[in-house]
Design a protein around this ligand. Sequence first.
Ligand code: IPE
Ligand code: IPE
Ligand code: MG
Ligand code: MG
Ligand code: MG
Length: 265
Amino acid sequence: MAEAMRYSLLGGGKRIRGALILAFYRLYNDDVEVCLPFACAIEMIHAYSLIHDDLPCMDDDDMRRGKPSSHIAFSAATALLAGDALLTLAFELMSKAGADGDISAERVCKAIYCLAHNAGVSGMIEGQAIDLMLEGKAAETKIVERMYAKKTAALLTAASSIGCLLAGAGEAEINAAEDYATYLGMAFQITDDILDITGDEALLGKRIGSDSVRDKRTLVSLLGLDEAKTLADCYTAKAIEALESLSGDTSFLVELADMLAVRDR
Ligand code: IPE
Ligand code: IPE
Ligand code: MG
Ligand code: MG
Ligand code: MG
């Protein structure tokens, strides 16, 4: 099990969610090391979501982060359990940070709640369920947008909020961070869907054309490539605008949004 967990967790990836926790915390405090259990935890939850997302009963993808997907490298049962174990370990790690007393128990509880809420049935899982439900179906833009907000933006929102919560930021700052992440997440998923068509498998590290094979509903399938790209750029601009009310040095967050808009992986 440890080998399968390490294979997916430590085998590459952009680490955006962990980085967002650190970046938002750093707007308020320098001792970012206290955030590491939370940054690791959110990357564990993200890695589990990818292992399960690739399973034959979900997207049935055989390549992830430039390597065979977990269920190909190991077995479907091992992949299922490795995902379950990473999800559970995330909560073990965060609660241990609270028990060790590096951050106040109140802040840790708020952070754990935020991650659980955004990763669960009101967040990422809801989005994944909508994604599967819409396969092969006609869909309105609105439900596809909800799917993106949940399956992708929710975890990015959790990351941004957690950075603020751990730093003891106020409600207005948390709201601005959440706005940034929500828009970033919408742009991020549109770009993911564009890359599924126009990307280079070797750079992307996953198969292209997977969405059309599964007859997925995406904003690209509804709007076409050009309009979807325009929409993604619009969301990126809104994300950057949301940072304006924050007083710290947000240059990394601006660069991150700009960089993700033109990514090839
Ligand atoms: C892929 O996320 C899944 C989506 C939400 C689109 P990333 O593109 O962040 O995956 P890694 O971690 O870099 O592999
Ligand atoms: C995945 O969306 C979102 C998750 C929560 C894992 P996709 O199914 O489009 O992600 P990829 O393209 O497989 O990485
Ligand atoms: Mg999927
Ligand atoms: Mg997938
Ligand atoms: Mg995709």
